[in-house]
Ligand binder design. Structure first.
Ligand code: PLP
Length: 457
């Protein structure tokens, strides 16, 4: 029998049926396995053209090198990798300072897998503090609730369901997409563990009305004696506001703000797998939530939901902080915001769109189709530009603004002027084509529009 050539052997393996419902039986060469994984993902979006997401899709080669060097380390092994742990502790102090935490306190915080884990930890801390306070006062501590806006990201709905906290959600209305103090008197009571407000919301990129909420809570405390903390969900805004708006009080400068989260893998510019939670001071995070592990003869506190995790994102974030510094982040955020404004300007000038965000903080362009166009919708535009490779998300707004559809573009730092101009051309051409030929996309039927819409991040 003729011996098979290396090519035949490769193609035999490459053409092998991949089983749907049982574990693969035999082995194949590394080369064939790599080729199969690659070919199976050909039709997926190009990450750089996915403008529906806030998450980083760009890396400097040197940063990628840093990531590779730490790729095979389990971050939680602090006794083996004490220097990585020291980087995390240093970055916690840096973020506490960047977000204007009070001086002279012991900062506390943690690197997490993302903002989701960070929000869960902050939510738990507030639930614990509320319960302890209630028990100490001899009051019922069985009905915690959390107050936030309908523009909240899905993680807060998860937190409330997973950890038995009643959701108290302030409705939006068409044209008004920021959570403010308007509904607080119907929502806040003695069982409110915290009020969560967003810096850089996923729908329109705007910030909630922190000051108005804060002032309302001050008045509420004067009237009732209940001192209710605020948490700021700065998943996106946490790495934009400090650099672009240094005099804007969104952070620990507001005395009620006891915890802040941010996604290192959004405008912190790290690839997926990193979030941050920072507390105003150590005492906000109750000792009961802390576990101590043996570490080089001493004891190390640990308080995260995950145990093992890849060390790369932590090292990568450290690289970014020392490589860019405040000035580097500021320059990047300035040019990214300028590009977002340029895109917004071109799209409004085309006559097809109306802008949804009244204020512009993070570099997000959020638009709704001008109501004079009735033969196509935002979903058609999203479908049409997909032919050019762009991914833009179209969705209906959360209650009570469901009647409004939104087309959202997250402008990330890797998009340069050329790419922005090309994107604007492609969106406008798509609208011209649709105006002539009509569209036929129907908005997806949603089980719960808010749940699905909120997951768009
Ligand atoms: C992205 C996002 C989250 C969830 O963060 P992950 O880092 O994806 O876990 C939470 N809140 C807001 C406002 C977000 O934008």
């Amino acid at each position: 029998m003729k011996q098979k050539s290396p090519f035949d052997m490769f193609f035999d393996e490459y053409n092998e049926d991949i089983p749907e419902d049982h574990f693969p039986r035999g082995s194949i060469s590394a080369h064939a396995a790599e080729a199969i994984v690659t070919s199976e993902t050909w039709s997926d979006a190009k990450p750089a053209m996915n403008l529906s997401s806030f998450v980083t899709t760009f890396t400097e080669p040197e940063a990628f090198d840093v990531a590779k060097k730490h790729y095979l380390k389990n971050y939680i092994d602090h006794d083996m990798y004490p220097q990585l742990f020291a980087m995390e502790a240093r970055m916690v102090r840096w973020l506490h300072q960047l977000w204007n935490g009070p001086k002279g306190v012991e900062p506390y915080g943690a690197a997490t897998i993302g903002s989701s884990e960070a929000c869960m930890l902050a939510g738990l801390a507030h639930k614990w503090n509320w319960r302890k306070k209630r028990e100490k006062a001899g009051r019922d501590a069985s009905k915690p609730n959390l107050v936030t806006g309908a523009n909240v990201q899905i993680v807060w709905e998860k937190f409330m369901r997973y950890f038995d906290v009643e959701p108290r959600i302030a409705a939006l209305k068409p044209g008004h997409y920021r959570f403010n103090s308007e509904h607080l008197d119907e929502l806040v009571d003695e069982n409110t563990i915290a009020v969560v407000a967003i810096a850089g919301q996923t729908f329109t990129g705007e910030d909630d009305a922190f000051r108005a909420i804060h002032n309302w809570l001050d008045r509420y405390q004067q009237k009732t004696g209940h001192d209710i903390p605020m948490h700021i969900d700065g998943a996106s805004g946490g790495f934009v506001n400090p650099f672009l708006y240094p005099n804007y009080h969104w952070d620990f400068r507001l005395p009620r703000v006891k915890s802040i989260n941010a996604s290192g893998h959004k405008f912190g510019l790290v690839p997926p797998g990193l979030g941050w939670v920072i507390f105003r001071e150590r005492s906000v995070f109750d000792e009961d939530l802390m576990f101590y592990v043996n570490y080089l003869g001493g004891e190390m506190p640990t308080a995260t939901l995950n145990f093992s995790r890849n060390a790369s994102p932590v090292a990568y974030q450290y690289y970014n902080f020392i490589r860019l510094g405040f000035e580097g982040y500021r320059d990047i955020m300035q040019h990214t915001l300028a590009n977002a404004q340029l895109l917004r300007h071109r799209l409004v000038k085309s006559g097809y769109f109306e802008i949804m965000n009244k204020t512009q903080r993070i570099p997000v362009v959020s638009m709704t189709l001008n109501s004079k166009y009735t033969n196509f919708n935002e979903y058609d535009i999203s479908d049409k530009v997909r032919e050019r490779g762009w991914v833009l998300s179209a969705y209906s707004m959360p209650p009570n603004a469901q009647s409004v559809n939104c087309l959202r573009i997250v402008v990330r730092p890797h998009l340069n002027l050329n790419a922005i101009e090309g994107l604007a051309d492609d969106i406008i051409h798509a609208c011209e084509w649709l105006e002539q030929h009509g569209g036929n996309a129907t908005p997806p039927k949603l089980h719960d529009p808010h749940k699905v819409a909120a997951s768009k991040c």
